[in-house]
Design a protein around this ligand. Structure first.
Ligand code: FE2
Ligand code: FE2
Length: 174
């Protein structure tokens, strides 16, 4: 991460030790989503090349899967660290939001772990490319959904955060 980018979010990739307000949480998550999107674009290109039989080195797909899992693990931990404290003070729906977030993250971690295990065991497996391509599309959709649900979070402080629990993602929408 560049210094200037870290200054914009104040957080970068590291999960903050102290609780942050809703605006800081949202900005931090959106910044990370932008980095993840850029990586997903490259990973998708690697997968497409592999599907055409043109990828080099031969284990590029397996390597991209490992990198993606590492990046997502940092991101999911970050979201949990910044969002759960905000949800927990938001009665009565906060605990439900926490449960939804953790459930969604468990699913994502499971999919990433399974594919990574396969990639480590059989790095040259031809089907890895198709699975990586699917994974990139799925994660892009999941991020869009999260962003829709976060877009009404206020910029100033937790007391102004959005209300309501309908819809998908993390349920931050009004
Ligand atoms: Fe998430
Ligand atoms: Fe996210």
């Amino acid at each position: 991460m560049k210094e200037s980018e870290a200054a914009v979010t104040g957080l970068g990739w590291s999960a903050p030790i102290e609780p942050v307000d809703a605006g800081t949480a949202r900005r931090g998550i959106l910044w990370q989503h932008a980095q993840i999107r850029a990586f997903l674009e490259k990973a998708r290109a690697v997968a497409d090349l592999a599907l055409d039989g043109k990828v080099s080195p031969a284990d590029a797909v397996a390597s991209a899967i490992g990198d993606l899992r590492s990046m997502m693990e940092v991101h999911l931990t970050f979201e949990e660290k910044v969002l759960i404290p905000l949800f927990n003070v938001d009665f009565p729906i906060g605990p439900r939001r926490v449960a939804l977030l953790l459930d969604e993250h468990k699913r994502q971690r499971g999919v990433l772990a399974d594919l990574h295990l396969e990639a480590r065991s059989y790095p040259l497996l031809p089907t890895l490319a198709a699975k990586l391509a699917f994974l990139t599309s799925w994660l892009l959709t999941e991020m869009l959904e999260e962003e829709r649900s976060m877009k009404k979070m206020k910029d100033d402080d937790a007391s102004e955060k959005a209300d309501g629990a309908s819809g998908g993602g993390h349920g931050l929408e009004e």
